[in-house]
Design a protein around this ligand. Structure first.
Ligand code: FAD
Length: 297
């Protein structure tokens, strides 16, 4: 049987590759970027994530790189008043079947990559993406950026929120803007003054904004993300931030937040939060004969 081709070595593509290999399929992963670098910030891994890690046989790897917060603590961003606190201890894990953890995206991706590379059935190619594909009666021909033609049993489009493969198959338009932008930073806990980095997931909420922060990587790093309402249009994950807009939005915020905001100058990134439209039609009924992916995706 021909291999299954996976386009994209993000968390989705690597998880799909691992799952397919565990079911006995040969998998070829194609990642367009030349190397899998340490990019991104924090991810909250709810109990369902650990359910998936169990299935993929990588629970211990992920537990080893994550941080186990004590609580999720919601507070008013102006008065610092406690609004709600969710304990994340044993009773939470028992209730939902798996723990709640937080982790650095780069660590999650690296551990997935290590697990995929340990599978004899998987090959990961970097610096070569899927440029187009041709559906065949018994599968699909995938054509890479470098012109390689691969006879595949199937093609998995795991090419992210701007997925060209999704557009070629479903054609349901660009992701929808949610009217918010996020500012992110990850800093070493050791570089922080005072008691900003607690062992909780801190969620500060107020009018037109919220700010979330928590430790990552076994407690060595601290992740801060501030989200504000904005109609600004941005793409990508790493952009120079407009800090004035951020500071204006948090002008009335309490002292702990004022102490956190300057961190967002450090290795900061801006992103517009977007949502993929819900597909209305069956992909197979819309397959074009040759699917050339839109440029720059
Ligand atoms: C650089 C980066 C940083 C991010 N940082 C954060 C973060 O800090 N916090 C957060 O919550 N989420 C972050 N995300 C998003 C989050 O990781 C994903 O939305 C989520 O994990 C879903 O993953 P995914 O595998 O579907 O897509 P992604 O993680 O976006 O991965 C898609 C991959 O496909 C590759 N690709 C694109 N087109 C092609 C093609 N035609 N052929 C081959 N490869 C292709 C891309 O280079 C990318 O590596 C980030 C994503 C990226 C790409």
């Amino acid at each position: 049987m021909n291999p299954i081709v996976v386009a994209g070595a993000g968390i989705g593509g690597l998880s799909a590759a691992l799952a397919l290999a565990k079911r006995g399929f040969d998998v070829q992963v194609y990642e367009r970027t030349p190397e899998i670098r340490e990019v991104g910030a924090g991810l909250q891994l709810g109990p369902n994530a650990f359910g998936a890690f169990d299935e993929l046989g990588i629970r211990d790897r992920m537990a080893g790189i994550a941080f186990a917060p004590d609580t999720i603590r919601f507070r008013d961003s102006e008065t610092a008043r406690d609004i709600f606190r969710q304990n994340l201890g044993q009773s939470f894990t028992q209730r939902f079947g798996h723990p709640y953890r937080v982790a650095f995206r780069a660590d999650v991706q690296r551990e997935l990559l290590n697990a995929v590379q340990a599978e004899a059935r998987c090959v990961v190619h970097t610096g070569d993406g899927i440029a187009s594909f041709v559906p065949e009666e018994r599968g699909v021909f995938a054509i890479t950026d470098r012109g390689r033609r691969i006879a595949a049993a199937a093609l998995v489009g795991a090419d992210g929120i701007w997925s060209g493969i999704r557009q070629a198959i479903i054609g349901d338009g660009r992701p929808l803007s949610q009217g918010h932008i996020a500012y992110r930073a990850v800093v070493p806990v050791a570089a922080l003054r005072g008691r900003l980095a607690t062992d909780d997931v801190q969620v500060w909420v107020g009018p037109g904004h919220h700010l979330v922060c928590y430790k990552l990587r076994r407690g060595e790093l601290f992740n801060v993300v501030a989200i504000i309402e904005s109609s600004a249009q941005h793409e990508g994950w790493e952009e120079a931030p407009d800090l004035k807009v951020l500071h204006d939005s948090f002008a009335q915020a309490c002292a702990p937040i004022q102490a956190l905001l300057p961190l967002l100058k450090v290795r900061c990134a801006l992103q517009e939060l977007r949502q993929v439209p819900i597909a209305k039609s069956q992909a197979s009924s819309m397959f074009p004969e040759v699917s050339q992916l839109p440029p720059g995706v």
